[in-house]
Design a protein around this ligand. Structure first.
Ligand code: NAI
Length: 304
């Protein structure tokens, strides 16, 4: 496939506008990355007022970087001058790249790109940050699907270097290369891959979680023991239980479910019954105070 072939290509030029659609967790992070890299950035969200709020909290994060000595005040001020919250899609007309980070629903994403294509130039690169939908499927709605590519950032986008640059069946090599080189120019570590369920990271992380949960379900060892083994012997920064408590079981289980479904319910990717119970009980991890562990001001404990 063309996915792993990287012909010569150029990054989106620094003086060209990058638009980010969806000003939630990921959209804010991606906007920050593009802004600090020097682009004019337009940030749009369908929820009224959300883009302005997001721009404010983004600038607040830049202020904290200034306080910590990691960003010069003048660079922060220049960045503030380049950040433009938008109140309609039509304000994104000058974008050379649009990165979409809206709700994870195929029909909503397809509709957005159909609308976007009526606004932007034909040479505008269109990218989605989807973590579980097919790039080929989203791109199927486009008039010019060759310019459509996955740019999958990880949370928090300003801190984590990896970006999966995903080619769908119709993605041009030139578009994939441009996305790849842009991620590199933004100080990221891009990897090129094809459009398979879960791409690379969300696919190969499934057995990591599943096998840890299976050991627990079979009463092989408790979560704290398994986490300690993964950290101390496996060299992982976090074990499977503490990491999924951090991610949130609703989010983590939904990704597992989607990869499992996409592989026609291959048992290798089967969701965990114990994790399903946590989701049903609303024990979603750190954000609800209880998951595999319980959380209070003192930190993590095993519930007992
Ligand atoms: P979020 O819920 O924090 O933000 C989504 C934003 O999109 C909301 O502000 C919402 O108002 C807005 N929105 C919804 N529909 C819209 C539309 N039609 N037009 C414009 N704005 C719209 O979601 P989050 O977590 O930032 O996720 C966004 C995307 O990034 C999803 O596709 C998700 O799968 C993906 N992703 C999420 C990661 C994470 O750890 N949260 C990691 C990597 C990818």
């Amino acid at each position: 496939t063309g996915a792993t072939t990287r012909a010569a290509g150029t990054a989106v030029e620094r003086d060209r506008t990058v638009a980010v659609v969806g000003a939630g967790t990921m959209g804010q992070g991606i906007a920050q990355v593009a802004l600090v890299a020097g682009h004019p950035v337009r940030l749009y969200d369908a929820a009224p007022g959300r883009a302005e709020q997001a721009a404010e909290s983004l600038l607040g994060r830049l202020d904290r970087l200034v306080t910590k000595g990691r960003l010069a005040q003048e660079d922060r001020d220049a960045a503030a001058g380049r950040l433009h919250p938008a109140s309609g899609l039509d304000e994104l007309a000058d974008a050379a790249l649009v990165v979409e980070a809206i709700v994870e629903r195929l029909d909503v994403k397809q509709q957005l790109f159909t609308d976007l294509e009526k606004v932007v130039d034909d040479d505008c690169l269109l990218a989605t940050n989807t973590s579980s939908l097919s790039i080929t499927a989203i791109g199927g709605a486009l008039r010019l699907p060759g310019r459509f590519v996955g740019m999958h950032f990880f949370n928090p986008a300003p801190l984590l270097p990896l970006v999966e640059v995903v080619s769908g069946f119709a993605t041009d090599i030139a578009s994939a290369t441009r996305a790849y080189e842009t991620a590199r120019a933004w100080g990221k570590t891009p990897v090129a891959c094809a459009d398979t369920p879960g791409f690379i990271v969300n696919r190969l992380a499934r057995p990591f979680y599943a096998e840890a949960f299976a050991v627990y379900e079979e009463q092989g060892a408790d979560p704290a023991t398994i986490d300690a083994v993964l950290r101390e012997s496996g060299g992982f920064r976090m074990g499977a239980f503490e990491l999924t408590d951090l991610i949130g079981h609703d989010v983590n289980e939904a990704v597992t479910r989607s990869v499992w479904e996409a592989f026609f319910q291959d048992p290798r990717f089967r969701p965990s019954l114990a994790q399903r119970r946590l989701v049903e009980a609303g024990m979603l991890g750190r954000k609800t105070g209880r998951g595999w562990y319980t959380y209070d001001e003192q930190g993590a404990h095993r519930p007992e």
